[in-house]
Design a protein around this ligand. Structure first.
Ligand SMILES: N[C@@H](CCC(=O)N[C@@H](CS)C(=O)NCC(=O)O)C(=O)O
Length: 88
């Protein structure tokens, strides 16, 4: 797994804020629906102590890092987009 994944639901407004920001920034996210796959929410609860979404899955050499809070996720995506942008 070498790409960003977003744990989300279709009805969640915070998730929509994140997916809209990713579209605006041109950052690709694989969308994982935790309503369709309850094992995903169970994994979030086991690792984070709560099953709220959105949660961003960031690939790391030691495994997937999980980042919660829509504002923090959007700030991270902005960082990703600016580091991917061509220099002056
Ligand atoms: N402060 C969080 C709020 C996230 C949140 O409340 N998510 C809702 C869906 S929109 C949720 O997961 N609710 C399920 C629950 O609370 O168990 C953020 O900005 O990401």
């Amino acid at each position: 797994m070498s790409h960003l994944r977003l744990y989300q639901t279709e009805w969640c407004p915070y998730c929509r804020m994140v997916t809209r920001a990713a579209e605006r920034l041109g950052v690709h996210l694989e969308l994982l629906n935790v309503d369709r796959d309850p094992t995903l929410r169970q994994m979030l609860v086991a690792r984070r102590g709560r099953g709220t979404v959105p949660v961003l899955g960031i690939p790391r050499s030691e495994g997937e890092e999980l980042l919660g809070e829509s504002a923090d996720i959007i700030a991270y995506l902005e960082k990703v987009a600016s580091s991917a942008a061509p220099g002056p």
